[in-house]
Write a protein that binds this ligand. Structure first.
Ligand code: GLN
Length: 454
């Protein structure tokens, strides 16, 4: 199976560019170990996987899509990587992404864009476009993404695949190169909800190496997916978020969403409309909080500890080497975020920007709590449009940021959320995603409803 996927990668990845690095030798060695083992280490033993290049892999390059980390070979495995290895999952390689996971199209990668297998003139979403595109192109049956503001779910939606952001703290962040630590969360990408559930159970669980890891049992997501596959949602209450419709939503996306809601009803769910008024402010709050944390996290790339170092010629001071390396190593979007974040955190502006954004974050968490008193899950489109053309939004950061308008509230509140394929838009025949959101630590609800729906 691993060899077949490596062959497929060799055949199509020149056109798709989902991978930054393919580790054929390592993947085949892992597959061989599974063949030789007396008993399989997990239900996924021998099922190969594509890993987003933001998770460290011992002995294998990890670039985060940045020139800053070109040539850096991590000396340790992320906890997610270690768990995959222990489960006998061969890692095919590292997937392309927007630099440091900042973006919604994978065009911010320093190593060239990934193309959407449905239409190679279009983006595969971002930041985890490589992971989702590898699934859609049948280069891998499973992948790992990370979701800070939608980077698992939006690529899932626009490539017609499943993507799950687990509850914050459900999957260890140890070895996940930090973008915005209070939001970052790794999760499963797959072509079916049950596959995603099997992967979820492999990677989730408490980790003493991550201080924000939750010490609670892993939600029973595989059992929930199997229950959902029976196709009966009687007794489940679904809330349609009223704020996520109307202006800015493509007609094809809206019609697909309406059809999805009808289908949930037909499966027996009770559907009601729910208003979450503060969701309207999620995007501006996110674009203060995430860059603020990024400006601090990315300070570690100081030309001394990792990867790139320029002007190290004895003529330049340490400060100059640091400044020139950061100038050369970071792309435009990363610099924009560092500047935004530094400004938002600076004395005199802190209360007005960062402080206000944190208050909005609390209001959004309260909106969720109020909604989940009335319903079991909330639903919305995953993203307002289908895959846009490569180049279309690169010069307009605000248009790019709008791709995540529906996905960001779940990150700010730390909730669990999934994107499940919802057919093709009748406008352009491109995939559309249905977003399902559940309370923190109730990830199983996503799988129950998602499996029933898909
Ligand atoms: N597109 C969003 C951003 O650029 C989300 C990224 C992510 O989830 N990593 O910040």
């Amino acid at each position: 199976v691993t060899q077949a996927h490596l062959d497929r990668i060799a055949q199509v990845d020149g056109a798709v560019h989902a991978f930054l690095h393919v580790d054929a030798e390592g993947a085949l060695a892992a597959a061989k170990a599974v063949d030789e083992a007396a008993t399989p280490a997990s239900p996924l033993a021998g099922v190969p996987l594509a890993l987003k290049d933001v998770l460290t892999t011992k002995g294998i390059p990890t670039t985060c899509g940045s020139k800053t980390l070109e040539g850096w070979i991590p000396p340790y495995d992320a906890t997610v990587t270690r768990k995959l290895r222990e489960a006998g999952v061969p890692i095919l390689g590292k997937t392309n992404m927007d630099e440091f996971a900042m973006g919604s199209s994978t065009e911010n990668s320093a190593f060239g864009a990934t193309r959407n297998p449905w239409d190679r003139e279009r983006i595969p979403g971002g930041s985890g476009g490589g992971s989702s595109a590898s699934l859609a192109a049948f280069e891998a049956p499973l992948a790992i993404g990370t979701d800070t503001g939608g980077s698992i779910r939006q690529p899932g939606a626009v490539t017609g695949t499943v993507g799950v952001k687990p509850t914050y703290g459900g999957v260890s962040r140890y070895g996940l190169v930090a973008f915005s630590s209070s939001l970052d969360q790794a999760g499963p990408c797959a072509r079916t909800v049950l596959d995603a559930a099997l992967l979820h159970e492999v990677i989730a669980g408490h980790d003493p190496l991550d201080s924000t890891s939750i010490d609670a049992p892993v939600p029973p997501v595989v059992a929930a997916a199997r229950e959902g596959l029976k196709g009966d949602l009687k007794g489940i209450k679904v809330g349609v978020v009223s704020e996520f419709s109307g202006e800015g939503y493509q007609a094809g996306v809206s019609r697909s969403f309406e059809a999805a809601v009808e289908q949930l009803r037909a499966l027996g769910a009770e559907v009601v409309e729910v208003s979450c008024p503060n969701f309207t402010y999620a995007l501006p709050a996110y674009y203060l909080i995430a860059p603020s944390e990024a400006s601090s996290n990315l300070a570690r790339f100081d030309a001394m500890r990792y990867g790139l170092r320029v002007a190290d010629d004895g003529e330049h001071s340490a400060e100059e080497v640091m400044a020139l390396t950061r100038e050369a190593g970071f792309g435009a979007e990363v610099k924009r975020r560092i500047m935004l974040g530094t400004y938002a955190l600076s004395s005199g502006y802190y209360d007005a920007y960062y402080g206000s954004a944190q208050k909005v974050r609390t209001l959004i968490t309260r909106d969720f709590a109020a909604a989940f008193e009335k319903v079991d899950v909330l639903v919305s489109p995953t993203t307002p449009t289908t895959a846009f053309k490569i180049g279309e939004r690169v010069d307009d950061p605000l248009a790019m940021y709008l791709s995540d308008i529906c996905s960001i509230p779940a990150n700010l509140a730390g909730n669990a959320a999934m994107s499940v394929p919802s057919g093709l838009s009748e406008e352009d025949n491109l995939p559309v995603g249905l977003q399902i959101m559940a309370p923190a630590l109730a990830d199983e609800r996503l799988y129950r409803v998602g499996a029933a729906y898909e």
